[in-house]
Design a protein around this ligand. Sequence first.
Ligand SMILES: CC(C)(COP(=O)(O)OP(=O)(O)OC[C@H]1O[C@@H](n2cnc3c(N)ncnc32)[C@H](O)[C@@H]1OP(=O)(O)O)[C@@H](O)C(=O)NCCC(=O)NCCS
Length: 208
Amino acid sequence: MNDELMNVRPMIEDDFAEAVIIMMHAFRGKMVMLKSWSDKKIIDLLFYLPTFDKNNLDGNYVFTYEEKVVGILNLKWDEQQKIKKPPKFNIFGAIKRFGIFKLLFTILSLTILETKVTKDEMLVDYIAIHPDFRGKGIGSKLLDFGENQARKNKEITKYSLMVIGQNIRAIKLYEKLGFNIVKTTKLFFLRIFSGIKVYHYMVKDLHK
Ligand SMILES: CC(C)(COP(=O)(O)OP(=O)(O)OC[C@H]1O[C@@H](n2cnc3c(N)ncnc32)[C@H](O)[C@@H]1OP(=O)(O)O)[C@@H](O)C(=O)NCCC(=O)NCCS
């Protein structure tokens, strides 16, 4: 890949259609319950949730190659969370469209994986690369970008992320980049529906 054709920039509303496809691929592999769903239905669900919210784009970045969005990164930190506007969510429309059972367990799984950030922390809320562009160094570049953003804020000393136990390749990558597992949480009831058995909280100490 030619470095000159790569760029990382803040996400804009025009990126949503490309970004949601990348998210769909990342999501599909993780939620067993949604395996039978078509790509289109998962994309619909992600729009409904809403995964990308034009009123809360602070911390959302895209990696572009030849101006096409090939990777997405969302960073979360304390100050940003304080000024976050509540997302608009049409719960009745969503139940009608996706069924209460699957919707409930998707939201529950996402809520469990949702972490509160502390004042000294920059959290990678999500990172995903288009399947055709994985293994080419883009994920590492985006994580470096996020780390640089964290280092700009003097109060932040921890760069962190959550990753599910099954995502062995991603865990290996994060360890290579300096993250360590500091906490592992086991899921019991929810694992039947989500397929997620454990998830790890990984931290990179920015003092080092
Ligand atoms: C995990 C992910 C973000 C890594 O991005 P990437 O651009 O593929 O990563 P890089 O090219 O910088 O690094 C490649 C390393 O990642 C690992 N990796 C993890 N998942 C991979 C995948 N699906 N395909 C290729 N490599 C992957 C490889 O083992 C590789 O290690 P190596 O260099 O020692 O061989 C990306 O693979 C992805 O989007 N996966 C699906 C979504 C996801 O799991 N997101 C993370 C949730 S915490």
